[in-house]
Each structure stands twice: as C-alpha cells, then as structure tokens.
Design a protein around this ligand. Structure first.
Ligand code: PGA
Length: 251
C-alpha cells in the first residue's frame, strides 16, 4: 500500500514569525494517528526555525529548490548537504514555476535529481502540460518526455526514493483544478510509462501526487482516484484550517 502524502508548498510566502504561527496552528490540529504523511515546504529562510518547531513531530520538512551543483563557489545557490543540515527530507524539483520563470530544462532537472539523491534527499519531481499542449492532445507525450529526460540514468534503488507530482500548468494557482477523471487518466499513464522502464514494483509503489488548485472542497474526489497518492498544495497550504481540512479529507 502506498502511503498518502500531502505537501504544502508555501512558495515565496511567510516570514519566520508567520511560518512559526502556521506550524504551531497545524501541530495543534494534527494528531499522531494521522495516517497521511504531511510535508511542509517553507521558503529557505524559514527552514531552520521550522525544523526546530517541528522537532519530535511527525511532520516532515522539504525545500522548494536545490542547486544542480553539490558544493563550492556557487553564489546564491543551496546544496543538498545544506538542506539536510537544516532538517529537510524532501525537495521539489522541476516545478513549473522553476521551469518557466528560470528556464530550468530537463537536463538541469535531471542533474538536480541526481545531486539531491546522492546527498540523501527524497525528491518530488513535478511534471505537467500547459493548456496549449493539452488542447493539442500532447499531454501524454509531454509528460513522457519530462519523465524520460528528467529521470534519465536513475537506478531502480534511486527510483524508490522518488515521488512524482502531476501538476498541469493550467491548474496551478488558477482556481481551476483538473477533473478527478483527467487526473486518474494521467496518473495511470505515468505508472504504465514507468512499468515499461523499471521493475514492476517501482511503477506500482511510486507515489504520484496531484497538484493544481487543490482545496478542501475538491480534494476528496481527487484523492479517491486509485492512482492518486496525495496532493501538492500551494495556496490552500498557507492557512492552517484549509491545509488541515485537505489532510483530514484524505484519511
Ligand atoms: P496551487 O499550487 O495549489 O496554488 O495551485 C500548487 C503548486 O504550485 O504546487
């Protein structure tokens, strides 16, 4: 059985005091019997205080980005070692905002995944099509290519540390989530795609979460799909009540 994962990507939001307020509010709601793995992905500046606040809790910490290089004179970048040192377990790689605003291509994403894995992090690789690509019937091709190039050279063992996030670009921050059947269709296609390249257990066990305008209102139907193993939540993760409602709707 794949364990459901709900990750809150705070993007470029929350000062340190605001981060701590949100964490404390969430911790007050979640109890130890929660069957969902919860991951918070604050901005870099809040990672260390967040880790301190989360000490002893089952909530995991993730980072929004990682350098493709592992160390040295790389001004402005953050390595896997630095992320591990502040308590991160997960790291987002290939988010569409990084692909589109910072021109991160699949080769760069592949390097980031390899660096993250070699340093002991568990990457969450985001893939997804634009609205034009969907309209042109290219969704599965685009995602197939993102997977092939992004995961190139990863071993079966490394694949077991990966989580995938299907995030249609048109659904991110738009208030227009993909329909549960559309999401199931793509998640199933991703699993089939992986099963042609990796051991059957890799394709069967890998977690594939959905992201793009997930809210407390729409999440139950999305999460009820057989190949949907959780959610990557942006906007609705910035408020303890709505993020908790999403986690709670999954149980
Ligand atoms: P959203 O963001 O929930 O605000 O659409 C999702 C994401 O970017 O991961």
């Amino acid at each position: 059985m794949r364990k459901m994962l709900v990750a809150g990507n705070w993007k470029m939001n929350k000062t340190v005091p605001e981060s701590l307020e949100l964490i404390h509010a969430l911790m007050g709601k979640l109890n130890d019997s929660c069957p969902v793995e919860v991951v918070l992905i604050p901005p870099f500046t809040a990672l260390y205080p967040a880790a301190e606040a989360l000490r002893g809790s089952r909530i995991q910490l993730g980072a929004q980005n990682i350098s493709h290089l592992s160390k040295g004179a790389v001004t402005g970048e953050i390595s896997g070692t630095l992320l591990i040192s502040v308590g991160c377990r997960y790291v987002l790689v290939g988010h569409s905002e990084r692909r589109n605003l910072f021109q991160e291509d699949d080769a760069m994403i592949n390097q980031k995944l390899k660096t993250a894995l070699s340093e002991g992090l568990y990457p969450i690789l985001c893939v997804g099509e634009s609205w034009e690509e969907r309209e042109a019937g290219k969704t599965e091709n685009i995602i197939g290519h993102q997977l092939k190039a992004g995961l190139d050279g990863l071993t079966q063992m490394e694949m077991r540390k990966m989580t995938l996030a299907y995030e249609p670009v048109w659904a991110i921050g738009s208030g227009k989530n993909a329909q549960p059947e559309q999401v199931q269709e793509i998640h199933e296609a991703i699993r089939n795609n992986l099963s042609s390249q990796y051991e059957p257990a890799v394709a069967k066990d890998i977690r594939i979460v959905y992201g793009g305008s997930v809210t407390p209102e729409n999440c139950s139907n999305l999460m009820a799909q057989p190949d949907v193993d959780g959610a990557l939540v942006g906007g609705a993760s910035l408020d303890a009540d709505s993020f908790y409602a999403i986690i709670n709707a999954i149980k």
